[in-house]
Design a binder for this molecule. Structure first.
Ligand code: URA
Length: 209
């Protein structure tokens, strides 16, 4: 069963609450998502492999640790995933970025792929898939399935919000993929929205609708 980490740090929870408010402006929603994503990156990279390198301080030479950020690929599920990208890139600036475009068929709520662009040598890389809302879980599960065809070293999934249905779908399809989220909300409604949620994340990030 894939592990679910609810990032309950007070800064994350505070920012999430402000984002839920229906009168939060596009500007503040986007800024909060950006800040929150940097904090999520801190948590999701906690177990990243490190290597020793030699460093010359002004006084001595020592052995010290670095992470190889170039091996990390952030994969954004378009378009709302892009709202998480910038905040993550602030703290993992060497990461490569892939995009996967999936739209939700409004009748069946299943995922249909329309775009897929990844860096080369994915078999050497650790993937962090980002999408703010893990709702039905269908898009996330389809994205991860597609990425597994490239045999990456590891895959993690980061969202802002999820619900029991989304967690169940991901755990059933990909028990090996850990999930990181700021909250698990009560339920999904008949239109695939998370309740109480924060509405349509893409519309709120980009000021559409
Ligand atoms: N996607 C969203 O943007 N919001 C939801 O509540 C569910 C899916």
């Amino acid at each position: 069963m894939s592990h679910v980490t609810v990032v309950d740090h007070p800064l994350v929870q505070h920012k999430l609450t402000l984002m839920r408010r229906k009168d939060a402006s596009t500007n503040s929603f986007r800024r909060l998502l950006n800040e929150l994503s940097s904090l999520m990156a801190y948590e999701v990279t906690r177990d990243m492999p490190m290597q020793d390198i030699e460093v010359e301080t002004p006084l001595e030479t020592m052995t010290s640790k670095v992470i190889d950020g170039k091996k990390v690929v952030l994969v954004s599920i378009l378009r709302a995933g892009n709202g998480i990208l910038e905040g993550m890139l602030n703290v993992i600036p060497g990461a490569r970025v892939g995009h996967i475009g999936l739209y939700r068929d409004p009748k069946t709520l299943t995922a249909v792929e329309y775009y897929f662009k990844m860096p080369s040598e994915m078999q050497d890389r650790d993937i962090i898939v980002v999408d703010p809302m893990l709702a039905t879980g269908n898009s996330a599960a389809a994205a991860v399935e597609r990425l597994k065809e490239l045999n990456p070293k590891s895959i993690k999934f980061v969202c802002l919000l999820t619900c029991p249905e989304g967690v169940r779908t991901m755990q059933a399809a990909h028990p090996d993929v850990p999930i990181y989220t700021a909250a698990i909300d009560r339920q999904l409604n008949d239109h695939g929205y998370i309740l109480p949620g924060l509405g349509d994340a893409g519309d709120r990030i980009f000021g559409t609708k």
